[in-house]
Design a protein around this ligand. Structure first.
Ligand SMILES: Nc1ncnc2c1ncn2[C@@H]1O[C@H](COP(=O)(O)OP(=O)(O)O)[C@@H](O)[C@H]1O
Ligand SMILES: [Mg+2]
Length: 312
């Protein structure tokens, strides 16, 4: 079974695909079998990061059942690294049903890989939220600018609400309330379930507990990063901290690498961005290990060692 790592952001253009491409390449260099899945429905472009324009199959083929298994869609990129090119060339696949998404998520878990990295795409729509929530490790990417932080804040909040709403049955009045309400914190969100049966309340509470994002700050310039409010939201809404998984500086080697259709860690391995992405990869591997062996507490490179750029 592959470990599913989802990468979301709320706002587009913050560097998700750039980061997914480099993390994928670095994890493959580190000996893991990695598959990158472009689930940015309607805005798919991860394949272009590797100069892949003519893959024989993409996600559309899986959704339209033109292939027997999702494995047939995986396009080999490099040793131990494969890519599932995104879909969205038809209205139906740009707007997949809940059933189609569930079939895809089940198939992702069964892929022949150690790690599946999912680029969930921009926005806070149901698709992005559902793909993000599917991650056993959930990575939120934000740039240190107010609009991106605001979108990340909204994304976290909506992910929590979506997790609770999905745990509730069908068309109940409680569910409608969760979907239409605006909540200040987890308590007010769960209070709406007072009249729900205890098993529904328990399910909702544990669904909310499984929303545990960690943060990659991209394009940082050494100034203070305004994530205090984002951290408060996570604490209030999800009842946990927001660990920093990585901090990638602004670096012109990234657009240069994009122009060359290469992950920056391969094109400019000594650049500041590549070094930061290698650190982020180590931090991600530490999290994966900790998850795989919950009794052995693997020290997380970032726990207690928060970047000097971050003010909490
Ligand atoms: N750390 C960075 N430094 C400089 N430019 C960056 C950095 N991160 C991303 N970019 C630029 O931003 C563009 C958008 O990134 P992309 O990964 O496509 O965003 P997203 O997938 O979130 O929409 C990239 O093509 C790249 O040129
Ligand atoms: Mg993208």
């Amino acid at each position: 079974m592959a470990t599913l790592v989802s990468v979301g952001s709320g706002k587009g253009g913050v560097g998700k695909s750039v980061i997914v491409a480099s993390l994928g390449a670095a994890l493959a260099h580190a000996g893991r079998r990695v598959i990158l899945a472009d689930l940015d429905v309607g805005g798919a472009n991860l394949a272009t990061m590797f100069g892949v324009f003519d893959a024989p199959h993409d996600l559309d083929d899986f959704w339209a059942r033109r292939v027997g298994t999702l494995g047939e869609v995986v396009h080999p990129i490099a040793t131990r690294l494969g890519l599932i090119p995104g879909a969205g060339e038809t209205l139906a696949t740009a707007n997949p049903s809940y059933g189609a998404k569930s079939r895809l998520l089940r198939a992702l878990g069964k892929l022949e890989a150690d790690i599946v990295l999912v680029d969930v795409g921009a926005g806070s729509g149901f698709h992005a939220l559902d793909f993000f929530l599917a991650g056993e490790i959930q990575v939120l990417v934000a740039v240190p600018e107010p609009p991106a932080i605001l979108d990340a804040y909204r994304f976290v909040k909506l992910a929590g609400i979506r997790a609770v709403s999905r745990a509730m049955p069908g068309r109940s009045a409680d569910k409608r309330e969760v979907q239409t309400g605006s909540f200040e914190d987890a308590q007010s969100l769960l209070e709406g379930l007072d009249t729900a049966p205890p098993e529904v309340r328990d399910r909702a509470r544990s669904a909310l507990e499984r929303v545990k994002p960690c943060l990659v700050v991209n394009r940082s310039a050494g100034r203070d990063i305004p994530i205090v409010r984002l951290r408060q939201t996570v604490r209030k809404f999800l009842g946990g901290e927001l660990p920093i998984l990585g901090n990638i500086p602004e670096d012109q080697n990234i657009p240069r690498a994009v122009q060359q259709f290469l992950p920056v860690i391969d094109a400019y391995p000594r650049s500041a961005a590549a070094v930061a992405l290698e650190h982020t990869t180590s931090a991600l591997l530490a999290r994966i290990h900790a998850m795989e062996s919950p009794t052995v507490r693997t020290p997380n490179a970032l726990e207690g060692g928060v970047s000097p750029y971050i003010v909490a």
